[in-house]
Unconditional design. Structure first.
Length: 254
């Protein structure tokens, strides 16, 4: 990967120029950050697992007609994606009260919401990714009304699909974050799902026990962080039943 030109280094991923024009190689790191970079650490093997989990989810979403930036997984830590212009908005979809929603509105964590709620945050680390409304987004030109309609419709379809997918493996999809991009295909522009979907960007609770199987284990120092990511991968059928032993083996191929 060192021979490729680095385009951008984020908190959990590095982007390199892809082999063909209009393509990018997305490299998944083990680094983890929380609370707007105030907490930093590493989760051993996270990059390998998130690469596989995100691949599986993107491929399944493409299967129901959601356009995504994903082209193919290249190796343990890298995937080839289309180059897109990222819409500078994080879309958060919530089914159960948790995290900043509970804090902001004083709603007890774990309370099911009357319906799925879509929130928008401006992607701006210096400002701490503030919550913004559709009014802000369209007035400041971060996205048009039409783009936002498409983004919300797609997000709700993704939510319906993923809720069902996770329920079938005994997991409640509490909330998650999506990012979208503009993909220029000749004269045409299409809004496509971008970034990743993984336990870094979702709250995933065991349906029976409410045990957290996501990045909140790192954010809240709950321990067994690696094990939680492995458990999600195992239930999705990605990690062999024998678990961590095989997973350790992947390190040599990184
Ligand atoms: O922290 P908050 O409750 O707003 O997070 C809602 C959901 O969005 C969580 O699943 C969290 O993992 C995800 N998120 C994210 N990246 C951010 C902010 C939130 O993946 N920058």
């Amino acid at each position: 990967m060192n021979r490729r030109k680095q385009i951008y280094e984020g908190k959990a991923k590095v982007l390199f120029q892809g082999p063909e024009p209009g393509t990018i190689v997305q490299y998944f790191k083990d680094d983890a950050t929380a609370f707007n970079n105030k907490k930093k650490g590493t989760i051993s093997g996270k990059g390998v697992l998130n690469n596989r989990i995100s691949e599986l989810i993107m491929v399944r979403l493409q299967g129901i007609g959601i356009p995504t930036h994903f082209i193919k997984r290249l190796n343990m830590r890298e995937q080839l994606v289309r180059e897109v212009e990222i819409v500078p908005i994080e879309v958060i979809i919530r089914n159960v009260a948790a995290g900043t929603l509970s804090k902001r509105l004083g709603i007890e964590e774990g309370k099911p919401l009357p319906r799925s709620i879509v929130e928008f945050c401006l992607k701006n680390d210096e400002l701490g990714d503030p919550v913004v409304s559709e009014e802000h987004i369209t007035a400041f030109g971060w996205a048009t009304h039409q783009e936002l309609d498409e983004i919300v419709n797609m997000s709700l379809r993704i939510n319906d699909f993923l809720c069902g997918m996770f329920v079938s493996i005994g997991i409640r999809l509490v909330d998650f974050k999506l990012e979208f991009g503009r993909w220029y295909d000749g004269e045409e522009m299409r809004i496509v799902l971008a970034d990743e979907i993984s336990p870094d960007s979702c709250r995933l609770w065991d349906i029976q026990t409410d045990e957290k199987l996501d990045k909140d284990r790192f954010r809240r120092d709950l321990g067994k962080v690696e094990e939680a990511y492995q458990e999600v991968a195992r239930r999705l059928g990605i990690l062999p039943e024998s678990g961590p032993a095989d997973h350790q083996g992947t390190k040599a191929i990184q």
